[in-house]
Design a protein around this ligand. Structure first.
Ligand code: DX5
Ligand code: ZN
Length: 218
């Protein structure tokens, strides 16, 4: 089994020093940079948008995994793609019956597509569209804030989707986002996750290289 990949979330970085924060991630052993875009409508918090993706693109060659927690994401997909996103992931809860077409739109922009489900959303919502996805994301917390506690019940969703990806012989990555710590990373990876997002468990630590190594040890 390959070791799990780590996607530090810049939500927990120092926004005033974002270039430097992003630039250090590769040497710390990170595999992706997770970019949490929040609009204050889909989630009760506001972060940053297209220009942040464009600006941090210059500071790293790691893939940018852009998580859109916004309503009507299809309106912005093309601009996030042009700004340098490698993956764009969208919530079924924000897209409703436009989920499939939004995933296709992402791919048509030359970007890898991903669907995200909240902890209380049925895995069927992801299963319906997973053939159009390069990444499937299960939230380990309700989106909006970093540093929340992982909801144990999502373990079943991770296992179900990992099995479904295997059965359908898809090459999509299974990502878990929210509440990942050095203590629970091994257990979450064992459920079948390929990528773990970690905000506070990386940026909240003095020694980030060691923090990433701890998350990978499982
Ligand atoms: C939550 C975000 C997560 C968050 C993870 O809305 O989508 O990516 O930054 O932060 P931690 O790892 O601190 O739970
Ligand atoms: Zn996220």
């Amino acid at each position: 089994m390959n070791s799990v990949k780590i996607a530090p979330s810049i939500l927990s970085a120092d926004f005033a020093r974002m270039g430097e924060e992003v630039a250090t991630l590769k040497e710390c052993g990170a595999d992706f940079v997770h970019v949490d875009v929040m609009d204050g409508v889909f989630v009760p918090n506001i972060t940053f948008g297209i220009k942040m993706v464009e600006d941090i693109r210059k500071y790293t060659d790691l893939p940018l995994d852009v998580h859109l927690m916004i309503v009507e994401p299809w309106k912005y997909v093309e601009r996030f793609a042009k700004a340098g996103a490698d993956y764009i992931t969208i919530h079924t809860e924000a897209c409703g019956d436009r989920t499939a077409e939004t995933l296709d739109l992402i791919r048509s922009c030359g970007v890898k597509s991903g669907v995200v489900i909240n902890p209380d959303t049925d895995v069927k919502e992801a299963e319906k569209v997973m053939d159009r996805c390069d990444m499937i994301v299960v939230m380990g917390v309700y989106p909006g804030f970093g540093g929340q506690k992982y909801i144990e019940e999502v373990g079943d969703k991770i296992r179900t989707l990992a099995e479904e990806i295997r059965k359908r012989k898809l090459s999509s990555l299974l990502e878990v986002d929210g509440g990942v710590t050095a203590e629970n990373a091994g257990k979450i990876a064992a459920c079948g996750a390929d990528v773990l997002v970690a905000g506070s468990a990386v940026f909240g630590k003095e020694d980030r290289k060691n923090a990433v190594a701890q998350l990978k040890r499982n």
